[in-house]
Design a protein around this ligand. Structure first.
Ligand SMILES: Nc1ncnc2c1ncn2[C@@H]1O[C@H](COP(=O)(O)OP(=O)(O)O)[C@@H](O)[C@H]1O
Ligand SMILES: [Mg+2]
Length: 246
């Protein structure tokens, strides 16, 4: 569903942020892209929905090069969960969830039915939460609304940028469990980025470890633990997961 082939992107500095990045995400699969803050994760996601354009290499979605696609039409087929949820502060929870269906011209009754269904899915029943503003929610609740909003038009692909990053450890753990449950039910292709290897291993069917603009290793958590591709991966794993095999 998503494929990066030797992708380069620089913002004009000496060393490109992405420097030969390659990976793919299959239908129904979650790929977690993991690496430290500033390593280019958000940049990589924005190349998929054309909030940014790459300098060279190929970014393919649904089998086609994104550079040949109309950005607006492309974004309708890609759900995007933005870092820190990114809700519209003056809109109610329901209005936030219905943003994309409204753009797509859905009838009011269809929009309402969809937002009720999704708010139930993320455990924020519309009757209780639908009319609230984002500031009247906890951080975890805002992130759930961000997930509901991304799912609103039922896109086959979801891009998730540190979706559970702003949460305390307990809320985070519970959101991760819910994510695994949604994932089983919804069967979406998900490209999720995180700086947290533990989270990547919990949520990703496969994990790509980023360093200096490249994926140093891509594989299932089990494969990475059993056979780290190089010293960088070995050290990253042992720093982030103390107690894992050396
Ligand atoms: N629009 C931009 N203009 C210039 N530099 C940018 C821009 N966006 C990101 N960068 C730089 O690119 C690097 C990667 O940023 P980002 O993709 O946001 O990292 P991450 O999401 O992994 O924390 C950082 O050094 C950041 O300062
Ligand atoms: Mg980021």
């Amino acid at each position: 569903m998503i494929e990066f082939r030797d992708v380069r992107k620089s913002f004009g500095e000496a060393r490109p942020v992405l420097d030969g990045l390659s990976f793919s995400v299959a239908e129904g699969e979650t790929l977690a892209l993991v690496g430290p803050s500033g390593c280019g994760k958000t940049t990589a996601l924005k190349l998929v929905n054309r909030l940014l354009d790459h300098d060279s290499g190929e970014v393919r979605v649904f089998g086609r090069d994104v550079r040949g696609e109309d950005p607006i039409a492309l974004r309708r087929r890609l759900g995007y969960v933005i870092q820190e949820a990114g809700l519209f502060p003056h809109w109610s929870v329901k209005e936030n969830v219905e943003a994309v269906p409204r753009l797509l011209g859905w009838k009011q009754a269809e929009r309402h039915a969809r937002s009720e269904e999704l708010l139930a899915l993320v455990a924020l029943p519309a009757a209780e939460y639908g009319e609230r503003r984002p500031r009247q929610l906890s951080g975890g609740q805002r992130q759930r609304v961000g997930v509901a909003r991304a799912l609103a038009a039922d896109p086959p692909v979801l891009l998730m940028d540190e979706p559970f990053g702003a949460l305390d450890p307990i809320a985070r753990r519970s959101m991760q469990k819910e994510f695994l449950d949604w994932k089983r039910r919804l069967r979406k292709a998900v490209l999720l980025v995180t700086h947290d290897l533990r989270e990547a291993f919990r949520l990703g069917d496969r994990v790509a470890i980023l360093d200096r603009g490249k994926a140093r290793q891509t594989g299932t958590p089990r494969e990475i633990l059993a056979a780290p591709a190089d010293d960088f991966v070995r050290e990253f794993v042992s720093d982030e997961l103390p107690g894992a095999p050396p």
